[in-house]
Design a protein around this ligand. Sequence first.
Ligand code: PLP
Ligand code: ZN
Length: 381
Amino acid sequence: MTAFVCSEPACHQRYPIDSARWRCDCGGLLHIESQLTFDLDAIAKAPINLWRYRSAFPLPDSAVPVSFSEGFTPLTEVDIGTKRQILVKQEQLFPTGSYKDRGASLLLSYAKAIGATEVVEDSSGNAGCSVAAYAAKAGIRCRILVPANTSPAKLTQIRGYGAELELIPGDRAATAAAALEAAQATFYASHSWNPFFFQGTKTFAYETCEQLGWKAPDTVILPAGNGTLLIGAYLGFSELLAAGIIGQLPKLVAVQSIHCNPLHNAFAEYRKNPEKFRELPTIPSQPTLAEGIAIAQPVRGLEIMQAVNESDGQFISVSDSEIKDTLKTLAGQGHWIEPTSAATIAGAAQYCHDNTIANERIVSVFTGHGLKSSEKLSQIF
Ligand SMILES: *Cc1c(COP(=O)(O)O)cnc(C)c1O
Ligand SMILES: [Zn+2]
């Protein structure tokens, strides 16, 4: 039966799936346990968007998708400035301009199905844009909490979708605390806490494998801030492996900024004894061009390290100058992506430089559209 399950080994408490839960009473992170079916013939005949995998979503049968027919983004060969071509999933082409729409489509469909009339989320970036757009589509009221010092340019899109913006004095942690408070009374559409968000981002893995003829790539290079794409991709690949559709888990390579890389920093220690590792050490973090992945205390940090470790993967950290070079290389070929998005491709370039495995099939991602951050890009070009 489909249920929320606490991920704390000492707890494993279960909750009904219609209970609007986003965390366990013990404070633990929730996962979703469910029966999936993959009927590849039926999938092949379904409309070409992420809802073609409906039978793998743990939603009530009565749920109506909140959808713009999004997904099934192109998987395109790109010259990233190394001698090798890699395949890049064009996730900047989503309706709001980033892959966060995958998570928001599932999450708002769930919220609508259980009768939520209002949602709250804390994000000044792309997750806020996605939740606001899908709430607008669903006819659900939306409040987005952001730190008071957030640059106004980023908030225009969120406000434009009709969300109510609340500016919270203090740092990012103060905003998170205010969101937790608000979440006691309102559906918490959190991209890091709510497990339904990852039910959406897992479709990245399904699509990639389907586009490769239901085969897994060898290596997948993804960003690791809160890990909303990485954890989702790991979930999706793991489900396809368990269903016998693919033969192996791809190696997951996680990219951070050298100015804020708590997971890369802790990974060697984690790997010595994953079961015993409990908490990420606090590290100093400096401003970076890749602000979208500069997360000092990721809520699901241990899950990210677990996914990388189990897939026999690794972490890579990139500098702002590598990000700038990558932006220039890509823009020179007609690709227009956000600086945060270029961090992942800079990581892919580093990976290709350090590894030469014959015929290795590498997949990476353009996570967000350049038109979202014209202000920042105008300082580079
Ligand atoms: C959200 C996002 C990321 C990284 O996401 P995490 O979930 O924090 O790992 C990367 N690039 C863009 C453009 C994003 O919006
Ligand atoms: Zn628990």
